[in-house]
Design a protein around this ligand. Structure first.
Ligand SMILES: NC(=O)c1ccc[n+]([C@@H]2O[C@H](COP(=O)([O-])OP(=O)(O)OC[C@H]3O[C@@H](n4cnc5c(N)ncnc54)[C@H](OP(=O)(O)O)[C@@H]3O)[C@@H](O)[C@H]2O)c1
Length: 259
């Protein structure tokens, strides 16, 4: 049975590129997100370019039944899931006290709840294999508080802490867990999060989604627990530990203020 990877949020950005990287490495794929047309186009592109099968499952992964539908699909089709990539994620720019609750709730439902639920649902299948992988897309936002994107940053703290904790629990079970931590990256993320007015966009060069995906795939294969993309991001995260937390929090706010 061919090894199959599930990739959430494959209709754009990092997830779209991760799908291509996994296909290039010979994985069959289940790609999922809400926008069906995007997924269908990606399926055609990948199946033309690589000798792999791509299953398209368009759905809103925050609806609890949908995570279960994904598992049902893999069981009914007897698919051999050896990698779960929890990539889908959203953010929201602005002060928490003026924000719309629906957008904060969506961050929690997608970045935290859906990621945790999918991990819980698929772990038993992953643990049956000789070697399996979980790749959770966190962020450099996971390492410090993020005024003006408070819930998003906190959600990525969760992804990092959860990933590291289960990576420890799973020692000896042949399943590794990697938290991929990109810095600012070219994708639809900034538009969806209403970040166009933030200084952050101008201050930091954006990495390409393709480079982040390639790096994430390699880190996952090595079983790295925490994979921070890029030299400057690594340096920055090492440096912030030297400063008081309140100073770092204020600096993050300064960087992110409106232009
Ligand atoms: N870009 C950055 O600067 C950056 C930096 C660090 C970490 N990250 C993380 O990287 C991951 C990928 O983001 P990206 O930068 O590639 O952004 P993106 O281009 O906006 O992609 C987000 C993906 O999530 C999917 N998605 C959103 N809501 C969904 C829902 N309810 N159900 C199912 N799928 C949903 C979107 O597809 P549909 O809209 O079709 O559903 C899309 O495929 C996220 O976890 C993000 O937090 C991004």
């Amino acid at each position: 049975m061919p090894a199959t990877a599930i990739i959430t949020g494959a209709s754009s950005g990092i997830g779209f590129e991760l799908a291509k990287v996994f296909a290039q490495e010979g994985y069959d794929l289940i790609i999922t997100a809400r926008r069906k047309e995007r997924l269908k186009n990606l399926q055609t592109e990948i199946e033309n370019d690589y000798n792999v099968k791509v299953h398209v499952i368009p759905l809103d992964i925050t609806k609890e039944d949908n995570a279960c539908r994904l598992l049902d699909y893999t069981e009914k089709n007897n698919l051999n899931i050896t990698a779960l990539v929890n990539n889908a994620g959203v953010g929201d720019y602005g002060s928490f006290h003026t924000s719309e609750w629906i957008r904060q709730s969506q961050i929690i439902e997608l970045n935290i709840k859906a990621l945790t639920h999918l991990t819980h649902l698929f772990l038993p299948a992953l643990m049956k294999n000789e070697r399996s992988y979980i790749l959770n897309v966190a962020s450099t936002a996971a390492f410090q508080p993020g005024p003006l994107m408070s819930v998003y940053y906190a959600s990525k703290h969760y992804v990092l802490a959860f990933s590291e904790a289960i990576a420890d629990e799973l020692q000896g079970y042949r399943v590794t867990v990697t938290a991929l931590c990109p810095g600012p990256t070219e994708s639809e993320f900034q538009k969806v999060a209403n970040m166009q007015t933030s200084k952050l966009i101008d201050r930091f060069p954006l990495a390409t989604s393709h480079k982040v995906a390639e790096y994430g795939y390699k880190a996952m294969k090595k079983g790295k627990r925490v994979a921070v993309y890029g030299f400057y991001n690594k340096l920055l995260l090492k440096t912030i530990g030297l400063f008081p937390r309140s100073f770092v929090t204020a600096a993050v706010r300064k960087i992110k203020e409106r232009k």
